[in-house]
Design a protein around this ligand. Structure first.
Ligand code: AHR
Length: 516
């Protein structure tokens, strides 16, 4: 049996043979300097890709689909329910081809371009800076603008910052904003300095990108960054540790507030497998990829710690999620996929990993919000459905800005064809009102696991809960049956002598709340 320490005291054991469900004893280990779980870990991503923006978020003011300034009301209501803390835009790969000045001013004067990364479709720029930032106000969310470095200039970058953030009358860019109908600046805090610079963002070497980053970041703000911008360096792909090392070493830390990481759960880029009709083996492989996030974060953080022991620079996992073959008959460039209980497992387990690394992981963005990859919302003309991933995000929203409560436990294993993964994942937090939240995931495709939570130290007297599960891993919501998978109240807990006991069914997510 091999065991290792996950993040703050979460101990998971591998290699034990598991023949029957075993009791998992979870101990709460309060810690005086435990970090806050940044609400931004529950962030989202909207790219000009397929039907994410057009049809997903934005239908235009003349649409018969109920909208506010062209943005779908049903989507706004659903995302507000999630309390989405931030939204990253306009890409992705699209960002490094995007020239923001194409998307301002009268729509009839805006030039069209071809979206070369995503299906070579016409992009008419009818959704631009004003439409996006006003939509963020409608959603009550913080914008995260991902700026063009690959084919842009520092001038274009700094002009965008002035256009969105500087007071009217201070220079030509804010004046232009005023001419276009918006006097007050939006005050955008989060700025991505390019995207995937190692790939679609310019196929750069890390040394070259680090120099370019220094140049772009210099002109974003003043000497002391008195605007409080969060400048985000384009980060590594999965296990490219050298990328993180070179950036951390070569970028002066007064020029950088965060470094990104992208990791998708993909079986094989050439043969990703279907989003619904997958086999148990394909399920296991995806979970292997999703749980790799733990090791990836540990190793990228270890490099960051070497150069930044005070954790000034945050890690933003600003693209993550499951990536499968597109739905049959849909445009391969649109990345439209269904979303099943497998995705609920990916979301639940990944969010637990982020929570448990809250001291360094300060933001994460699920790819993507609507109609693309592991979406929380799917739309079809006027219809909309909420996916199992949406429900997990809603259940976990209780952790936003709460204080991490470290947990210690040994997970039983989920074994498939002689290979093992930890079956149970968990994280916990205590919110401002003193309520304690536990998110528990059992990824085992067959076995129930009994969990005993030792909460004696917390003086709780009541517990309530919600569960998300279904009859089959492949189950999903459809436009005909949008409520097949919905969270339900979970009352099957026994609470005695400071211990909460419950059975967690196969492939299910449970969130418990304990109060005094
Ligand atoms: O999310 C889809 C694409 O995946 C993004 O555009 C890119 O950054 C990543 O490769």
């Amino acid at each position: 049996m091999r065991s290792y320490l996950i993040g703050v005291l979460l101990v998971v054991c591998f290699g034990a043979t598991s023949v029957a469900a075993q009791k998992v004893a979870i101990r709460v280990a309060p810690q005086t300097d435990a970090p806050q779980i940044s609400r931004h870990i529950y962030g989202h991503f909207a790219e000009h890709l397929g039907r994410c923006i057009y049809g997903g978020f934005y239908v235009g003011e003349d649409s018969e689909i109920p909208n506010t300034a062209g943005v779908r009301n049903d989507v706004v209501t659903a995302l507000k329910e999630l309390q989405i803390p931030n939204l990253r835009w306009p890409g992705g790969c699209f960002a490094d081809t995007y020239h923001w000045k194409d998307g301002i001013g009268p729509k009839e004067d805006r030039p069209s371009i071809l979206n070369i990364w995503w299906g070579n479709v016409k992009e008419d720029n009818s959704f631009g800076t004003h439409e996006f930032l006003n939509m963020c106000e409608l959603l009550g969310t913080e914008p995260y603008l991902s700026a063009n470095v690959g084919s842009g200039t520092p001038q274009e970058f700094t002009d965008w910052i002035k256009y969105t953030n500087h007071p009217a009358g201070s220079s030509p860019m804010p004046d232009l904003r005023e001419e276009n109908g918006r006097e007050e600046p939006w005050k955008v805090k989060f700025w991505g300095v390019g995207n995937e610079a190692w790939g679609c963002g310019g196929n750069m070497r890390p040394e070259y990108y680090a120099d370019l980053y220094r140049r772009f970041a210099t002109f974003a703000t003043d000497w002391n960054n008195s605007d409080g911008l969060v400048r985000i360096a384009s980060g590594a792909s999965s296990s490219d540790y050298n990328w993180t090392e070179v950036l951390m070493k070569n970028i002066p830390h007064q020029l950088i507030e965060a470094i990104a990481l992208h990791h998708y759960s993909v079986i094989d880029w050439g043969n990703k497998g279907p989003s619904t009709e997958f086999s148990t083996e394909q399920y296991f492989r995806i979970m292997q990829q999703a749980l790799r996030m733990e090791d990836l974060i540990q190793r990228h953080v270890a490099i960051m710690d070497k150069y930044d022991e005070n954790k000034k620079v945050a890690l933003f996992v600003d693209e993550w999620g499951g990536w499968y073959d597109v739905e049959p008959g849909t445009n391969p460039g649109f990345l439209y996929q269904q979303n099943t209980m497998r995705d609920a497992m990916v979301a639940g387990a990944t969010l637990n990993i982020f929570n448990n690394h809250a001291d360094r992981v300060k933001m994460a963005n699920l790819a993507q919000a609507v109609n693309v990859l592991q979406a929380v919302i799917l739309t079809e003309e006027e219809k909309m459905l909420l996916t199992p991933t949406y429900h997990v995000m809603r259940m976990y929203s209780v952790h936003q800005d709460a204080t991490l409560l470290p947990l210690a436990f040994e997970s039983p294993v989920y074994t498939f064809n002689g290979e093992s993964l930890p079956a149970v994942s968990a994280s916990a937090s205590v919110d401002e009102e003193g309520a304690v939240h536990f998110s528990l995931v059992n990824i085992d495709a067959e076995k129930v696991h009994t969990i005993e939570l030792d909460v004696a130290a917390l003086n709780l007297s009541k517990v309530s809960g919600e569960i998300l599960t279904s009859a089959a891993l492949q189950d999903h919501n459809t436009f005909e049956h949008p409520d097949k998978i919905m969270p339900k109240a979970f009352t099957k807990t026994t609470f005695k002598a400071g211990k909460i006991q419950l059975e967690v069914p196969p492939f299910s997510v449970i969130v418990l709340t304990g109060t005094k």
